[in-house]
Design a protein around this ligand. Sequence first.
Ligand SMILES: Cc1ncc(COP(=O)(O)O)c(C=O)c1O
Length: 394
Amino acid sequence: MKHNQVRYPIVWPTLPDFSELQSGIRAVIASGRVTVGEQVAGLEADVRARLGVSHCIAVSSGTSGLMLLLRALNLPKGSEVVTPTFTFAATAQALLWNGLKPVFCDSEPDSFTMSASAAESLITERTSAIYPVCVFGVPGDMDAYLRLADKHGLALLFDSAQGLGSSYRGTPVGNFGAGEAFSMSPTKVVTAVEGGLVTTNDGDLARRIRQMRDYGKAPDGEDMQWLGLSARMTEFNALVARWSLARIDTWVANRAAIMRRYEERLREIPGVSFQRTPPHCVSSRNYIVALFDPEISPITRDDLYERLKQDGVQTKRYFYPALHNQTLFRDIGQGCAARLPIAEKVSSSSLALPMYSHMPIDTVDYVCDRILAHSFGKETEHDVLLLIGSCGEL
Ligand SMILES: Cc1ncc(COP(=O)(O)O)c(C=O)c1O
């Protein structure tokens, strides 16, 4: 075995066997309508039914969905938008593409979602919107965000890229604020291979975004009414997405079992804790993320990350670096660290562990064995046999 070869990937898209898609692919090709056709319309209807939301627009990616949603809201150029620093870069990149300024906000210590009280302290006369994120599938304090937006007369939109399948007090994520954008990239619970969705209960906003995913064309296809993108979804992607969405409850249940196993097995390591989902929320369980408290844990997050890499176990320091520490956002993030203590702490100690919807429990056990061995400096009999085996191949 070569050192560092990935034997246990962190994610693995759960996809249909080719035979299950074959007739659908044939029908798409025969129809000649290979993009934004019957399958895309079917996917949009499936999402509306699943989420109970009035409008859904399928797009080429989560990022293009965020860019279009922000653009369609027509926020004043150069205005400030309060968004978490503990997120994936695309959240804030969509702001930069729209000429808007991210104002990085701190997180809650247990759910890692954007803190509504910290957000309120960042609101100024230049603020136009609040833009929280569904973190690894866990929704933030929606009631507090709604109150804040209402109190200060601000737009509210969500990066729910990882939140398809999540809910808050019984309402599916996708129904909150002016609109939400989801990703269906290969790392998401529901995947289109690549793709995204925008959902909203505002008919005018939906109509604009529907035009804007196709350059901003008027329905007659001639006049350009809005600044848009080429962000359509193909029929092939929609076919995969419909297959994946139809099985979402199975995927989330499998992930729940995987997470339970990780938590049971790793609980004995001092200083290890996991992201918490508040009792009134359901998480899509897009990622399992553990914190390794550097003051208590017998191994640091970074050491463990490197050692697992040597074992062929792929993990991810996630989200890391927090956005205010990334080169792209350096000017905006400069001097922000002092007011982002929770996000700094979480980002420097969090590790996403391998998890995908069809991951065997044996694989979870192997990853746990390696983490326990590195934490306590002892190998199980099973580990020793594996290591001897792999040395033999060197
Ligand atoms: C929080 C968050 N926002 C946005 C995105 C971007 O989605 P996509 O990769 O579909 O453009 C992702 C995807 O990884 C994400 O995790």
